[in-house]
Design a protein around this ligand. Structure first.
Ligand SMILES: *[C@@H]1O[C@H](CO)[C@@H](O)[C@H](O)[C@H]1NC(C)=O
Ligand SMILES: *[C@@H]1O[C@H](CO)[C@@H](O)[C@H](O)[C@H]1NC(C)=O
Ligand SMILES: *[C@@H]1O[C@H](CO)[C@@H](O)[C@H](O)[C@H]1NC(C)=O
Ligand SMILES: *[C@@H]1O[C@H](CO)[C@@H](O)[C@H](O)[C@H]1NC(C)=O
Ligand SMILES: *[C@@H]1O[C@H](CO)[C@@H](O)[C@H](O)[C@H]1NC(C)=O
Ligand SMILES: *[C@@H]1O[C@H](CO)[C@@H](O)[C@H](O)[C@H]1NC(C)=O
Ligand SMILES: *[C@@H]1O[C@H](CO)[C@@H](O)[C@H](O)[C@H]1NC(C)=O
Ligand SMILES: *[C@@H]1O[C@H](CO)[C@@H](O)[C@H](O)[C@H]1NC(C)=O
Ligand SMILES: *[C@@H]1O[C@H](CO)[C@@H](O)[C@H](O)[C@H]1NC(C)=O
Ligand SMILES: *[C@@H]1O[C@H](CO)[C@@H](O)[C@H](O)[C@H]1NC(C)=O
Ligand SMILES: [Cu+2]
Length: 587
């Protein structure tokens, strides 16, 4: 078995030795044979599947969408085995929101941080949620449009008791139904004859839904069962493909947000949630007492979900269900809707959410070493694409994953960094990387601009891989650092992994600034991290960027050397039905 590592710092070529000979690695290599028991197993298939009385050929985890719930422990290592049981598609699994930086090749971004899992193969991911990251997450495939169905909830259990008390918790995972298959959607979006995916057919709750048009059919609204007079932690997961959703519960007007993207917040009252793809919130809900239920003359109440910022508004429902002597009605889709049809609130909760535990490492403006302004717009050339700093990024762009090239000594980050600095916008158009050095403090600004061809604008939920960023707000027009610094005075930014770049209007003139979102990031975690819009259609259309934090030396100092079995597609780190993989243990 080959083990490869550079002979000296950053020097080429690689030195490869036979396993067992002298190596400098901290990590150890193990044969994962029958004696190895993963903590969790996920099996990915593609099959016909029915949701909301509609059939579709879909990528599923353990045969369902959403797939099974995973529970991991804060600070504790879990091994998750992911089988690709599909015949003709690659898959990866991304642990959305987990910082995943010390076990390389575990983040699940194909062609950025690793080779995808080939059909018929499986991969053992070593996942250790960082201390301070207890909260609500999800996992999903990062290949193409697969995450429309290949998703599941992931909860990181706290090592310390939760600062909030509640009786029970419920997971409310939102996803979209699209009639077209993944292949049809991808082909349409990537075609020179651009064909839109269509709008969402249904926003589903825990995979379930029913539309007003479904007079017959076995599908039901999702039921969230609660008992009177209790406090529930509702964990909302925005696992939609496209939909930005406003959500409220009939006759229950007070939520208290206590967590955003895996970090506890100070309690923040609201009567509705606005949640985009990639985001999570926990709220405390005090259920009605028996007396209040008597007074309300009802034991079931609708969750009303409205899609925001799209050409067509879709309103769907789920049911908050109290115990009742009569069966709960999960077939009636209320018409007209019980609550007003919501509109997008630009800047919802910006500057308002505060961390529960005071920030200890929030970078001040004075600490920022570099500001990267990323202009974002749509353009139509041979294809319709979304561009960042003038370039798209698609899975098909790199010939091999950056992190693989980095380990093999084939990615010259010093040169890339040099080019990025000379370009004036921090972007290297040759590698299409935003390289950064360890200990830099970045201010990353996503600047929305009108589409080149028609001035069109959209809301984009930007998601950062790796460690969470501090969200320093957003606003209309053009980012103004001086004005924003004034606005930040007295606020306590929260760490997040997904925040929304709003459009503020539907249309402007070509390339006119219309909305920005800014993050601060301390570059401490070496690795290759994607920062991208989480709308799956936009990702397919190129709305993705890749950051390289640190160089080969920094990655090696953090995680040690890597076995050669990770460096080739279908290599010996990937198992199959007749082969037990050779897997590195990093923790
Ligand atoms: C997924 O399915 C496999 C068997 O197909 C099972 O062993 C595993 O426990 C399931 N995973 C979860 C998280 O339920
Ligand atoms: C899925 O359903 C479609 C349409 O009903 C059918 O043509 C196809 O053969 C089915 N595929 C599988 C794998 O069952
Ligand atoms: C799977 O990934 C490999 C490596 O990137 C690529 O060559 C191959 O075309 C992919 N297969 C499919 C079906 O997309
Ligand atoms: C472009 O796509 C549309 C919708 O898929 C189709 O109706 C039309 O025929 C296509 N045009 C060409 C030139 O291929
Ligand atoms: C449910 O409604 C959708 C959307 O109108 C429709 O496509 C589907 O055929 C309906 N299913 C049944 C079983 O009525
Ligand atoms: C949303 O906007 C529409 C059109 O401007 C308006 O009629 C409606 O009242 C608004 N809904 C809410 C909840 O404000
Ligand atoms: C938009 O695309 C056209 C056609 O490829 C190109 O000439 C133009 O430079 C692009 N503009 C921007 C701002 O990306
Ligand atoms: C990168 O940008 C420079 C300067 O704008 C340009 O001359 C060069 O052609 C670009 N290279 C690529 C690969 O796009
Ligand atoms: C922040 O606000 C406080 C009180 O409103 C004010 O005294 C202080 O000068 C402000 N600081 C800055 C840097 O603007
Ligand atoms: C399983 O993996 C081994 C080692 O990588 C390889 O030699 C073999 O061809 C693989 N088998 C299948 C069915 O892919
Ligand atoms: Cu987007």
């Amino acid at each position: 078995m080959l083990r490869c590592f550079p002979t000296t710092r950053g020097l080429l070529p690689l030195f490869c030795s036979i396993l067992g000979l002298a190596i400098s690695a901290q990590a150890h290599l193990y044969r994962h044979d029958e004696s190895f028991q993963p903590d969790h197993i996920l099996r990915v298939t593609a099959q016909n599947y029915s949701q909301a009385c509609m059939d579709r050929y879909s990528v599923l985890v353990n045969g369902t969408s959403p797939g099974p719930e995973l529970r991991l422990q804060e600070g504790k290592v879990s091994w998750i085995r992911v089988y690709n049981d599909m015949e003709d598609s690659n898959v990866t699994m991304h642990w959305h929101g987990l910082s995943a930086f010390a076990a390389p090749f575990s983040d699940g971004t194909p062609m950025a941080s690793q080779w995808p899992i080939a059909p018929g193969h499986f991969f053992d991911a070593e996942v250790r949620p960082e201390i301070g990251y207890a909260g609500t997450y999800f996992y999903h495939s990062h290949v193409g449009f697969q995450a429309v169905t290949a998703v599941g909830s992931l909860v990181v259990e706290p090592a310390q008791p939760s600062p909030y008390e509640y009786d029970e918790e419920r997971i409310i995972l939102l996803s979209d139904y699209f009639a077209k298959t993944d292949k049809e959607v991808e082909e349409g979006l990537l075609s020179s004859n651009f064909t839109w995916s269509g709008e969402t057919g249904a926003v589903l709750v825990n995979g379930q839904g029913r539309l007003a048009t479904n007079a017959t059919g076995a599908c039901s609204l999702a039921a969230i069962e609660v008992e009177p007079g209790k406090t529930y932690r509702l964990r909302f997961i925005g696992a939609t493909a496209l939909s930005f959703v406003s959500l409220a519960i009939e006759n229950h007007d007070a939520f208290e947000i206590i967590e955003a993207d895996g970090h506890y917040t100070k309690p923040a009252k609201t009567d509705y949630l606005q949640i985009s793809t990639g985001q999570r919130y926990s709220v405390l809900l005090k259920t009605k007492t028996e007396a209040e239920l008597q007074e309300a003359k009802s034991r079931q109440f609708y969750f009303q979900l409205t899609t925001l910022g799209r050409p067509a508004v879709l309103t769907t429902f789920a049911v908050l269900e109290y115990p009742s002597p009569t069966a709960t009605d999960l077939k009636t889709v209320p018409s007209p809707p019980p609550l007003p049809i919501a509109n997008v609130t630009y800047g919802w909760m910006d500057y308002a959410l505060e961390p529960y535990y005071p920030n200890t490492d929030f970078p001040t403006a004075a600490e920022v070493t570099r500001r990267i302004i990323i202009n974002v717009h749509q353009n139509i050339s041979s294809h319709t694409v979304w561009l960042q700093s003038g370039y798209d990024w698609m899975e098909t762009f790199p010939k091999s994953p950056y992190l693989v090239d980095l380990y093999k000594g084939e990615l010259d980050l010093a040169a890339s960094y040099q080019r990025a600095m000379e370009s004036g916008d921090g972007f290297d158009n040759q590698t299409r990387l935003y390289p950064a050095q360890i200990n830099e403090v970045l201010e990353i600004v996503w600047q929305n601009q009108g589409a080149v061809n028609n001035g069109g604008l959209e809301n984009h939920p930007f998601h950062g891989h790796g460690r969470h960023f501090y969200d320093i707000g957003g606003g209309d027009g053009l980012f103004d650092p001086v004005e924003n610094e004034k606005r930040l005075n007295g606020t306590h930014p929260v760490a997040r992994d997904t925040s929304v770049l709003y459009s503020y209007r539907k249309k402007t003139t070509a390339l006119a600034p219309s909305g920005w979102r800014a993050w601060r990031v301390r570059v401490t975690n070496a690795g290759v991290w994607m920062m991208h819009c989480h709308i799956l259609q936009h990702m397919v259309m190129g709305m993705q960027t890749v950051f390289a934090f640190g160089d080969q030396e920094a990655v090696m100092a953090q995680s040690g050397s890597i076995d050669g079995g990770y460096l080739v597609y279908g290599g010996s780190a990937y198992g199959n039905s007749t082969y037990n993989p050779l897997v590195q243990h990093f923790f």
